[in-house]
Ligand binder design. Structure first.
Ligand SMILES: Nc1nc2c(ncn2[C@@H]2O[C@H](COP(=O)(O)OP(=O)(O)O)[C@@H](O)[C@H]2O)c(=O)[nH]1
Ligand SMILES: [Mg+2]
Length: 448
């Protein structure tokens, strides 16, 4: 394979900076540019051992003193020969090293190309590869633990178990199709139906984890709604922990939606501050109000803010009822709890975005309603691609069960069960189209 190279650590100055190489010439290139202090050649270095030495550019000028390690195919991350330089985290050193490697024939790795090669070389399955990027992107402990579990094969094992039980069923049915004269024993039909039902419900349970799992990775889209001046922007700032949005006592200050990712009660929220929803003749403000409505429709959690120091108005009530009509979880937030209070017939959580009072109650509500109850150790689907395939497989099994009970020929059952198996093998990547693989790995960072 062509040798690829990339800086694997984040840009900017740091203590350590890593350059990775993978491909047929990886060890050769390492030996060209890196001379161990022990006088040996890197080609003879022990795989997996860190070696200290001098690093040179392609013109043989010293550029750093650093560590280098090589791995030999297939015992490496990518399954190919690899080399890794642990340099000082100097952007200059790293770029000189990289351009020297390019001069010697390596090329820049694309985003995710190391992991893509690992997948293509059978070092990991697709659920593991997708877990790599999820782990890097994880923003909450739950997201991290789930990704770590899937990196360790938790999803792979679950899918493979179902797949292998389906294989047994298929081989039985294949025999029925091949010898159509032998009637299937009714007792056997019952057995197959039972087994298929079990697998169907196992897939159904797995699919069910996605309803919350999708929030683990991407955060819960959450719109902050309310009429102008009730403190929506102040609430977002209080939850974000810094002044993200402009707050004034002039109604209509927030004219566009502003999104900010925050961790609230251990749950990642994609908070959207909106322009106040109310009737207005100002054209720009009206566009803002339109966008607020859109944000509300796309949200999975609504925070409706009212001012608890003043009586509820018609506008408050219409925002509350609009929010209720959207049929997603909603919290009524009675803001400005630090001011003298006016009684209110609508239940809600009293909060002061100014002093922070009551925010912990809101955090608790969000944690109770949105955190993943069971410890997610890779058992939760967080990925739309995987979830869609699980649903496809489940539906195919439901059809197969129906077919079995309605005297349909065994070849139909066989086709349906095979359809389920195809969907499952796309989850793990045992069989999958090249363009889908490309799309998956483009989400990665360069160097991973
Ligand atoms: N006393 C008090 N004032 C608040 C509170 N939250 C917001 N305000 C004030 O209410 C006004 C409107 O706030 P803002 O966040 O811009 O409201 P928005 O129009 O709903 O986004 C500003 O003057 C804020 O300082 C609060 O909890 N207590
Ligand atoms: Mg505002």
């Amino acid at each position: 394979m062509e040798t690829i190279a990339a800086v694997a650590t984040a840009g900017g100055r740091s203590a350590i900076g890593i350059v990775r190489l993978s491909g047929d010439n990886a060890v050769e290139l390492a030996s060209d540019l890196f001379k161990p202090l022990n006088g040996k050649d890197m080609k003879n270095a022990q795989p997996g051992m860190l070696v200290y030495g001098n690093l040179y550019d392609s013109q043989n000028r010293p550029i750093d003193m650093c560590l280098c390690t090589i791995s030999k195919a297939p015992h490496s991350y990518t399954g190919e020969d690899t080399a890794e330089f642990q340099c000082h985290g100097s952007p200059m050193v790293l770029s000189q090293l990289l351009s020297s490697l390019f001069e010697l024939g390596a090329r820049q790795a694309e985003a995710g190309e190391f992991t893509k090669r690992a997948f293509l070389n059978g070092k990991m399955d697709l659920t593991g590869a997708e877990a790599v990027i999820d782990l890097i992107d994880a923003e909450t402990p739950a997201a991290m633990r789930n990704a770590r579990g899937q990196l360790g094969g938790a999803m792979l094992r679950r899918i493979e178990e179902i797949y292998s039980r389906l294989t047994d069923i298929v081989s039985h049915f294949q025999a029925e199709v091949d010898f159509p004269d032998d009637d299937i024993d009714p007792f056997e039909i019952e057995e197959y139906t039972g087994e298929l039902r079990e697998l169907e419900s196992s897939l159904n349970r797995l699919y069910g984890t996605y309803s919350r799992g999708r929030f683990i990775r991407d955060g819960v889209p959450c719109a902050i709604l309310g009429k102008p001046n009730v403190g929506k922007s102040s609430l977002l700032n209080a939850l974000a922990g810094y002044d993200r949005v402009i707050v004034t006592d002039i109604a209509g200050t927030t004219r566009d939606t502003v999104e900010e990712k925050c961790i609230v009660g251990g749950v990642a929220l994609r908070l959207v501050d909106t322009a106040g929803i109310h009737e207005t003749n100002d054209a720009v403000e009206r566009l803002g109000v339109e966008r607020s409505r859109k944000a509300a429709e796309q949200a999975e959690l609504l925070l409706v803010v009212t001012d608890s120091s003043a009586p509820l108005t018609e506008e408050d009530r219409s925002v509350l009822s609009m929010a209720r009509s959207l049929n997603v979880p909603m919290v009524h937030i009675r803001n400005k709890a630090d001011l003298p209070q006016v009684p209110c017939e609508e239940d809600g959580i009293s909060v002061s975005s100014k002093t922070g009072q009551g925010l912990s109650e809101l955090e608790k509500w969000i944690s109770d309603n949105f955190s993943i109850k069971e410890e997610p150790e890779g058992q939760v689907l967080t990925n739309l691609r995987q979830a869609e395939k699980v649903l496809l497989a489940k539906n195919a099994l439901s059809e197969a069960i129906k077919a079995l009970s309605s005297d349909i020929t065994p070849d139909v059952v066989l086709t349906l069960v095979e359809e389920a198996m195809d969907a499952l093998s796309e989850i793990t990547g045992a069989s999958i189209h090249e363009d889908i693989v490309d799309r998956i790995f483009h989400r990665f960072c360069v160097g991973k």
